[in-house]
Design a protein. Structure first.
Length: 344
């Protein structure tokens, strides 16, 4: 009896050892569930008949950018036959390049991105081209001598925006500024080197220069963020600059500047004429309150066009190299008529 019991215990021990050894081999050889899911994402979506799109955002989606993100997400849906992988570069060029490379490694069907800056894209876009992955840009443009590196671009005519907005300003100041002294202007630029900043700044400076009675007394980078407007407006006051006009290259910077003006007893829209860009809902609200005098629209709702371009490209159909979204100028006295219909 003792011998049988000992034999039974030995068999159980051997069996347990085999089971544990097998479990150990399985754990060592298998990737973690999250890693496995990430590696198979593109392949699984292809198995489901979906088009896998990798999208590299420039940064945090606030204000205008949030509307662009929402437009892309709404249109890059499974109902539209799209599996979307969206990541943020957190406003770092190197991060955005790395994201595009990761999409190439995942073998996505198409890549979209909003370029943080205009230069430095040739190498990574050549890698995408070599991999046979079409690239479509939204919002900002890039500088390259080889436009075959990307398939298409969708966005705004930033130079035209600058022209149209400044043309309004010149006509407005003819009615609201008296005297022979030059009209003193502060320009809060967007992120230097971004195509939105380059185009708008060029349009503004060309128009004001041609007019002759304008003096740009302050021009600095505000990064397209509210804090940039706060810091630049404070710098204007610290330097004792008595400006007649503030041109902020987006609403976030204009709203930051307004905050500083009001803290210092300055009436925005009255003591200082404010021309802004983007025409977001907060910008419209500021116009209705009399704090922004005019807002030049920059339309972020490009997601539908983005999806159409992807499908046409993958089907082998010809596509336009550039597609401009429709935009308009909104003087403050029109804001109340349009605010209820704003989607961003």
């Amino acid at each position: 009896m003792k011998k049988r019991k000992s034999t039974f215990i030995s068999i159980c021990a051997i069996a347990c050892a085999i089971v544990f050894a097998s479990c150990g081999e399985k754990d060592a050889g298998q990737p973690e569930p999250e890693e496995e899911q990430e590696e198979q994402t593109a392949a699984e979506s292809n198995d489901d008949g979906l088009i896998t799109v990798g999208f590299a955002l420039s940064g945090d989606s606030a204000g205008w950018s949030a509307a662009l993100v929402q437009s892309v997400e709404d249109n890059c849906s499974e109902e539209n036959g799209i599996h979307l992988i969206m990541e943020s570069a957190e406003d770092e060029f190197d991060n955005q390049v790395a994201l595009i490379r990761s999409f190439i490694e995942q073998k996505v069907d198409a890549i979209g991105f909003t370029p943080i800056v205009s230069d430095g894209w040739d190498e990574v876009l050549q890698e995408a081209k070599d991999a046979g992955i079409p690239v479509i840009m939204l919002d900002r443009t890039i500088n390259t001598e080889d436009d075959t590196l990307y398939t298409s671009w969708v966005g705004s005519d930033f130079l035209l925006e600058g022209y149209k907005a400044t043309d309004w300003l010149i006509e407005y100041m003819k009615e609201h500024h008296s005297g022979d002294d030059p009209i003193k202007v502060a320009i809060f630029q967007g992120t230097l080197g971004a195509s939105a900043e380059v185009g708008r700044t060029q349009g503004i400076e060309e128009m004001l220069g041609a007019e002759g009675n304008y003096e740009i007394v302050y021009k600095e980078d505000g990064g397209f963020i509210r804090d940039g407007g706060v810091e630049n407006m404070q710098a204007v006051l610290d330097q004792g600059l008595d400006i007649d006009v503030l041109i902020a290259e987006n609403d976030d910077m204009a709203l930051g500047a307004i905050e500083v003006m009001e803290q210092n007893g300055i009436k925005p829209g009255e003591d200082i004429v404010i021309l802004s860009f983007d025409a977001t809902t907060p910008g419209f609200e500021a116009m209705i309150d009399g704090k922004i005098n005019c807002d030049m629209e920059c339309n972020p709702l490009s997601g539908k066009i983005f999806v159409e371009l992807i499908k046409k490209t993958l089907n082998g159909d010809p596509v336009e190299k550039k597609t401009y979204v429709q935009e308009q100028l909104f003087p403050a006295d029109t804001a109340a008529d349009y605010i209820d219909g704003r989607e961003y």
